[in-house]
Design a protein around this ligand. Structure first.
Ligand code: GLU
Length: 322
């Protein structure tokens, strides 16, 4: 094994879908082809949307397809380290309270590079209360640097370099006290000594926020590689919208080898959707062979199939942040 450390970090907020399975397959192939350590990290800080049942289903689905991992972590167990990070950020004057609603942010009318709405900075000059951030009833946002943040993608996808201008200050702690994605993911990649991050390109714009947080928290920056997404025919992410299929239903209609073959074909790793296993795909795995364009999938009458390449992305599909 090399000293490289990779992670697959799904959010167990719903049934495991083909999109999440493809992301898992690409992480697994990347890690195993390098002899790297692979961590499965279940990113469940959004307690309202996530559940242990979905986490169990995620593990079962990955095992069913023939993947393994070397260690496992559950993000909600890391609350103490996330709180320490908030202390560090507050100490540097980088946090401020914000009670703008989503509607207020949307009404400002500026699209962000991640497909959401750019926070217009309404509360940016507000100080934290003298009694400290813990006494805040509002959400807490991070004051991003106005400067350029140098960040690269191994596959040469274009990433935001000016997170304040392109995305706006992100929420790092929600109004309900839970830790938001950007802070949790950066702290956990640091705690887990992750050296490689492989994930869908809908998260590519967020990388600039992650780099800014790593700088503020004195954490190393892993190498990033962002990959294609599976889309449904009307253009949304296949994993989330109408048309996607959950793992249990998938399993009742097709073998693991058939599903792996269809996913590998969609990703450009097989010429035809023939039956395959992750282990059998390993020998010839090379990122140069992985399709860069998003691929449209169809689930019809119990059959998962590839429709073809999706349109060039105008904007990353929308993610919910706060
Ligand atoms: N948990 C995130 C998701 O499922 C991925 C986080 C990451 O890879 O940085 O979308």
């Amino acid at each position: 094994m090399t000293s490289e450390r990779c992670r697959y970090a799904p959010t167990p907020s719903g049934p495991a879908h083909p999109g999440t399975l493809l992301a898992g397959l690409l992480c697994w192939l990347d890690a195993r082809s390098r002899g790297a350590h692979l961590l499965l990290r279940l990113e469940d800080v959004d307690r309202e949307r996530c559940s242990p049942e979905f986490a169990d289903e995620m593990r079962a689905a990955l095992h069913w397809l023939g993947m393994d991992w070397d260690a496992e972590a559950v993000q909600s167990h890391r609350h103490a380290s996330h709180v320490t990070a908030l202390d560090h950020l507050a100490h540097q004057g980088l946090l401020y309270p914000c009670d703008c609603s989503r509607n207020e942010v949307r009404r400002a009318g500026v699209r962000a590079a991640d497909g959401g709405w750019r926070y217009p900075g309404t509360c940016r000059e507000r100080p934290l209360p003298a009694a400290g951030w813990r006494t805040c009833q509002q959400a807490l946002r991070l004051r991003l640097p106005g400067a350029t943040v140098a960040v690269q993608d191994e596959g040469h996808r274009s990433l935001c370099q000016e997170p304040l201008a392109d995305l706006g200050d992100p929420v790092v702690r929600r109004r309900d006290g839970s830790i938001a994605y950007h802070l949790a993911v950066v702290m956990d990649d640091g705690s887990d000594s992750i050296t490689r991050v492989v994930r869908g390109h809908d998260l590519a714009p967020a990388t600039a926020i992650h780099r800014a947080l790593q700088q503020a928290l004195d954490l190393p920056t892993p190498n990033y590689r962002h990959h294609l997404l599976l889309l449904e025919e009307s253009g949304g992410k296949f994993a989330k919208f109408h048309g996607a299929v959950g793992w249990r239903e998938l399993r009742s209609h097709a073998s693991a080898e058939r599903v792996t073959g269809v996913l590998a074909h969609a990703a450009g790793l097989l010429e035809t959707p023939e039956d395959a296993t992750p282990a059998a795909l390993l020998a010839a795995f090379d990122w140069a062979r992985v399709e860069r364009r998003d691929q449209v999938m169809r689930w019809e009458s119990g059959v998962l199939s590839l429709v073809g390449p999706g349109p060039p992305a105008q904007r990353a599909p929308e993610r919910s942040e706060d």
